[in-house]
Design a protein around this ligand. Structure first.
Ligand code: PLP
Length: 400
């Protein structure tokens, strides 16, 4: 390798380690589930995965992937418009649209691709994209890759959003893009307000519901269902890599003209392979599973509420919210990392997030709750969290 490049990599990696932001991968030897076997650690309880409904290892979901592999083989071996697309992709897209109450849906190999494909296809110099400051990196990077005008409003600040809509009134299109659930805070976008403003100013709304699909709303149809606007948002993007089976993949759902246009012009569609059939088969089974087992969504909701309440009773202060993402702010990045390591020694896997992912001084342990957790699992995690919090001197309430 080029020497100067090598030296640069080594020095910057050293810098990551010195700053305490170097990420070490933990290797897991078993399926993603409440308890996993972690290499070198044995069984640990997972509170850091997006396996919200526990479908990653659900027998029906796994079997559907296996069956699709047998039927279709490993993959299309090219992009869809060149060499054909499997019927399982059509069935998946049809099921997504039914589930979300949209006219159509188009699958991608990731929600990252769905987001970057959406903005790059539709937005140019004559348009304005207006984005919440805490939106996911795929929205931010997707917009950076376009020539469109970008405006960023303070997190959930509807006044600022409205002034940006007014300031951009000459644009061909004003396109508001927001996360449905903000993944580091665990809070919801103010969707009804955003939709009102969009109606008032004739703007388009796109919601990335990656942490909401399968999770929010009475039947898991996502943040639009939670707010009573199921099927009414202009565009929904989401992932199949979290609640809906957890393998990979994403999609864009909306009017048929939109997904048809994306099929014609979206570059991740035109220049990249389709979802592997195993993934499409598993995701399809996962969406059907959610519809026939709404009690999973209810269990997730009650597990999350139980965990939040017990945390508050212990004196630890989770951020307020109604999602299964339960962040506990601890302050400095190094403290979040230290606590995460100590928790792993106690057999609880919770990731610590620090700067630059979250603002300086707001490092956190982000707990993620699953419907597959039992109350015993949650109590085990709570006891470990309180023990480690006391060890590092965070305020907790004395146990009676
Ligand atoms: N959007 C949001 C809000 C996410 O949290 C994520 C994953 O972290 C993504 C998009 C990317 O999803 P995928 O893994 O399907 O690319």
């Amino acid at each position: 390798m080029n020497q100067a490049f090598r030296v640069r990599l080594d020095e910057e990696l050293k810098g990551f380690k010195a700053a305490g932001v170097y990420k070490k991968l933990n290797h897991i030897e078993s399926p993603q589930a409440p308890w996993v076997v972690m290499e070198g650690r044995g069984k640990v309880l997972v509170l850091s995965s997006n396996n919200y409904l526990g479908l990653a290892a659900e027998p029906e979901v796994v079997e559907a992937g296996r069956s699709a592999l047998t039927t279709y083989g490993a993959g299309t071996a090219s992009v869809r418009f060149i060499c054909g697309t499997f019927t399982v992709h059509r069935a998946l897209e049809h099921e997504i649209a039914l589930f979300l109450g949209t006219e159509s849906a188009l699958s991608y190999v990731s929600c990252w691709n769905a987001n970057t494909g959406l903005t790059a296809t539709f937005l140019g110099e004559e348009d304005v994209l207006i984005s919440d400051e805490l939106n996911h990196a795929s929205i931010i990077d997707g917009v950076r890759a376009t020539k469109t005008n970008r405006k960023v409003y303070k997190h959930s600040d509807m006044k600022e959003l409205e002034s940006q809509l007014v300031a951009a009134k000459q644009a061909r299109h004003r396109f508001i893009f927001t996360d449905g659930v903000f993944s580091m805070e665990g809070d919801l976008c103010r969707l009804p307000d955003i939709m009102d403003l969009a109606r008032k100013h004739d703007a388009i709304v796109a919601v990335d519901d990656s942490h909401g699909t399968g999770v929010m709303g009475r039947s898991g149809r996502g943040v639009p269902e939670h707010f009573g606007v199921h099927g009414l948002v202009d565009v929904v993007t989401s992932t199949l890599g979290k609640a809906l089976g957890g393998a990979a993949g994403g999609f864009t759902a909306g009017p048929l003209a939109l997904t048809d246009y994306l099929t014609q012009r979206s570059r991740p569609q035109l220049f990249s392979n389709a979802l592997p059939p195993t993934v499409a088969g598993s995701a399809l089974a996962a969406i059907k599973f959610v519809q026939t087992h709404p009690e999973r969504v209810e269990t997730l909701r009650s597990n999350a509420a139980y965990f939040r309440e017990r945390l508050k009773e212990s004196g630890l202060k989770p951020l307020a919210g109604e999602t299964p993402i339960v962040p506990i702010i601890v302050g400095e990045t190094s403290l979040a990392i230290k606590m995460s390591e100590r928790l792993l020694e106690e057999k609880v896997f919770v990731t610590g997030f620090g700067f630059p992912v979250v603002p300086q001084g707001h490092a956190r342990l982000r707990c993620q709750i699953s419907a597959a957790h039992t109350r015993d699992d949650l109590n085990f995690a709570l006891a470990a969290l309180v023990k480690i919090a006391r060890e590092v001197g965070l305020p907790t309430r004395p146990t009676s």
